[in-house]
Design a protein around this ligand. Structure first.
Ligand code: LMR
Length: 395
């Protein structure tokens, strides 16, 4: 049966991370995968997560299945984190959420619910978007169109083009937005632009689906949620895909949630019931460990305070790395890299060609994606000069 089954090429992101792991050069630099690395090059475990884990190991008495909707502390903690007090209060029982295996699981269950409600709807995705969005949502059966977003000429957001493209969407179409720290560009709308976007979505009856994988990694937990909350002031329905991989550092534990905002409580319940049924068709119920840890962190005042301090330090460090990298590149090449300092979160496009990005890998063991997307959070004081020299050498 499988004799002529094609062997697929590796994933465009995970394949390059694997290539870097296999590279014997002791000075190799991995800027591929969106993973936060500390100054020593390690992806750390939050202190609050370590404490939650110790208490969980001591207290856990069963490994019985999780309920289909997931851990109650985790799910309510995520809703509060994403929506904030004021928005959460306004929405009341129009909000409902389901724990998922990571942010991918959340995007997938969101897509399943969209397809159940409107199988003919078109999903508008940014050009470019995270490459996994299309297979993750497309395999449900949804169709896509792209809206212009990142302009290589502007080295930033082409907001007029974005609005013009979305203005041509049909009522009932879905607009996939990155809530903050756009992946792959790092370029986000300003608060005023979020407001204008909210107006357009409301006027044209477009449904926003927000991929919210990086809350707290851009400017802060509240600041990063401002765009999403501005939209919720104008639009009655929303689907939000949340990941706890980055901001709670639970990457391998696969903790995430899909948050549904319905026009009324019944609609929110219907969306949740559809998501639970879709999960049952594929993996039945969510994994426990990561969500139980995050649930403890979010619901304990002490652990939560410790987590927030550490997250704010991470955010500050990434923004500091952006400035150091920008200045070092400008000093070495004589070119303008100001855009790096204006972006948010982990990612930035260096503006190199595919050939230049490939040469950096093969000749210098500096690994970035073919698109020249780098993970800024993979830089540190030791490897930064090496990356700067390598980039300068291919420019
Ligand atoms: C990335 O874009 O590198 C991250 O979101 C990790 C992944 O799964 O691709």
């Amino acid at each position: 049966m499988f004799d002529s089954l094609p062997i697929l090429p590796p994933d465009s992101i995970l394949g390059l991370a694997a290539a870097c792991r296999a590279d014997p050069d002791p000075d190799k630099v991995d800027l591929t995968l969106g993973v936060y690395m500390d100054e020593s090059g390690l992806c750390p475990v939050f202190e609050a997560v370590k404490q939650a884990q110790q208490s969980l190991v001591g207290e856990e008495q069963t490994k019985v299945y999780m309920p289909p909707q997931g851990d109650a502390d985790y799910v309510s903690g995520i809703c509060a984190l994403v929506l904030g007090t004021a928005t959460g209060k306004t929405l009341g029982d129009r909000v409902s959420a389901v724990q998922t295996p990571g942010g991918c699981g959340a995007v997938r269950l969101g897509a399943e619910v969209l397809f159940a409600a409107a199988p003919g709807a078109t999903v508008w995705v940014s050009d470019p978007t995270w490459p996994v969005h299309i297979p993750l949502m497309g395999s449900v059966g949804l169709q896509f169109k792209t809206y212009r977003y990142y302009s290589p000429e502007l080295r930033g957001l082409d907001f007029e083009a974005m609005l013009a493209d979305l203005d041509s969407a049909a009522a009932g179409d879905v607009v996939l937005l990155h809530g903050c720290c756009h992946n792959p560009s790092g370029v986000d709308p300003s608060l005023a632009q979020w407001g204008a976007l909210a107006e357009l979505l409301a006027e044209r009856h477009l449904l926003p689906m927000i991929d919210f994988a990086y809350q707290g990694m851009g400017a802060g937990l509240e600041e990063d949620a401002a765009g999403l909350r501005a939209i919720l002031e104008r639009v009655p329905e929303m689907i939000i895909a949340v990941s706890s991989s980055k901001n709670i550092g639970l990457y391998r534990e696969r903790a995430g949630a899909v948050v549904f905002v319905g026009g009324d409580a019944r609609a929110a319940d219907a969306m949740t019931s559809q998501a639970i049924a879709a999960a049952r068709r594929v993996y039945s119920m969510p994994p426990a460990h990561g969500a139980l840890l995050a649930g403890r962190v979010l619901s304990s005042p002490e652990l939560r305070a410790s987590w927030q301090v550490e997250l704010a330090q991470i955010c500050e460090r990434i923004n500091g790395l952006r400035i150091d990298f920008r200045d070092a590149l400008a000093a070495t090449t004589g070119r303008n890299f100001d855009f790096i300092g204006k972006e948010n979160g982990m990612f930035s496009f260096l503006g190199l060609s595919v050939e230049q990005a490939q040469r950096l890998r093969t000749e210098q063991s500096v690994y970035m994606l073919d698109s020249s997307r780098i993970n800024v959070a993979g830089l540190n004081a030791r490897n930064l000069p090496r990356v700067v020299d390598a980039v300068a050498s291919v420019l």
